[in-house]
Design a protein around this ligand. Structure first.
Ligand SMILES: [Zn+2]
Ligand SMILES: [Zn+2]
Length: 304
C-alpha cells in the first residue's frame, strides 16, 4: 500500500495566504479592487483574486510589493434540477470569458473546458449553496477544485460547507482538491459580520508570481482554513501524522471504511497519527479548533 499526497510541507518555496473569490463594484460588491487589495494586504494576505460576475476586471496593476493579484471571473450558467445556475470561478485567465452571464443555455462543462483550454483553473463554487445535487457536481469533469468552504454562504444561510459534495467526488475516484474562500462582497447587511477574512488557502509556492501561485494550486500544494494552522503533514510507511495549532478535534475522513478516527476528549490536540486501512481510497484530514474554525488538507490517495 502506498500513500500519495501532493505534499506542500516538504515542497520548496514559501507559504502564501490568499483569497480566491471576491466581488467588487464591477458586479455586486461594495468596494473597489483597490480597496480590497489594500484590506487583504493589510490583513497579512499575499494574494487575492477579484472574480466579478460575468466580468474580468484586469487587476494586474495592483500587483506590487510582494502582493499578487490573481486574474479571475465568476460565471453563472446552465440550470440545475433545482432551478439555479452553476457558478464557476475561473482563475488565471487573461481575457473575459466568451459566455454571457446567467445564460441558462450554456453548459457549465463548456465553460470548464474553455477555462482549461486557455490555461486557467476552474473552481466549482459553493455547490451546496447553489443547490447542486451530488450527481450534478460529479458530472462536471476537469474542475481543479471544489469550494469546500465558502464564507459568505455560511454567513448568509449556513450553506457554506460543501464537504459532502467534495467527498462524493472523491468517493467516485475524481482527483479534486478543496479550497476555502471568502466570496467577499463587503456589502452592508443587517446583522451580518464582515464577509472578508473567513476562508482562505495557504499555498506553498516557489515565488510570489501569479504563475507560481496557480501552479501550486493546480498541483494541490496547499491547505485550506477558516481558522486553524496546519503545521506539518508527514506521510510515511502507510501512516499519516499531522501537527497543527491547538485543536479540539482532528478527523481523518475516508472511504470506503468510513474511517473517521478522531480525538475529541475535551483536551487540546496538536498532533495525531492515523494508519489508513488497505481498503481506503483516500484520506483527508480536517482540524477543528476551540471556536469552531476548521482547516482541511487536500486528499491523500491510498494506492494498493
Ligand atoms: Zn457564486
Ligand atoms: Zn461569488
Amino acid at each position: 500500500m502506498a500513500l500519495r499526497y501532493a505534499d506542500p510541507f516538504n515542497a520548496p518555496g514559501n507559504w502564501l495566504k490568499g483569497n480566491l473569490h471576491t466581488h467588487t463594484i464591477h458586479s455586486d460588491g461594495r468596494l473597489t479592487p483597490e480597496d480590497h487589495a489594500e484590506r487583504y494586504r493589510a490583513a497579512g494576505y499575499s494574494f487575492l483574486a477579484v472574480t466579478d460576475h460575468g466580468r474580468h476586471v484586469d487587476t494586474e496593476a495592483l500587483t506590487r510589493g510582494g502582493f499578487t493579484m490573481v486574474q479571475g471571473e465568476e460565471l453563472s450558467v446552465g440550470l440545475t434540477g433545482s432551478g439555479t445556475p452553476y457558478h464557476i470561478v475561473a482563475l488565471g485567465i487573461t481575457e473575459q470569458l466568451p459566455f454571457k452571464e446567467a445564460d441558462q443555455t450554456v453548459n457549465p462543462q463548456t465553460v470548464v473546458d474553455y477555462v482549461n483550454q486557455v490555461g486557467g483553473a476552474a473552481i466549482l463554487a459553493h455547490p451546496y449553496w447553489t443547490g447542486l445535487t451530488h450527481g450534478e457536481a460529479a458530472a462536471l469533469q476537469g474542475v481543479a477544485a471544489v469550494e469546500a468552504y465558502n464564507h459568505v454562504c455560511e454567513l448568509l444561510n449556513d450553506r457554506g460547507d460543501s464537504l459532502a459534495h467534495w467527498d462524493h467526488l472523491l468517493t467516485l475516484g475524481h482527483h479534486v482538491n478543496g479550497v476555502a474562500v471568502d466570496d467577499a462582497h463587503s456589502r452592508e447587511r443587517e446583522n451580518l459580520p464582515d464577509d472578508s477574512f473567513g476562508g482562505w488557502v495557504m499555498v506553498k509556492a516557489e515565488d510570489n508570481s501569479e504563475s507560481s501561485i496557480l501552479g501550486a494550486l493546480r498541483r494541490g500544494r496547499f491547505y485550506s482554513s477558516s481558522g486553524p494552522e496546519i503545521r506539518r503533514v508527514e506521510v510515511t510507511d502507510g501512516e499519516i501524522t499531522i501537527q497543527c495549532s491547538p485543536a479540539r478535534k482532528i478527523a481523518f475522513v475516508s472511504v470506503p471504511c468510513l474511517g473517521v478516527c478522531y480525538k475529541d476528549g475535551g483536551g487540546v490536540i496538536t498532533e495525531v497519527s492515523y494508519k489508513p486501512g488497505p481498503r481506503e481510497n483516500y484520506v483527508r484530514v480536517q482540524v477543528t479548533d476551540m471556536v469552531g474554525g476548521r482547516a482541511w488538507t487536500n486528499p491523500i490517495y491510498v494506492e494498493s
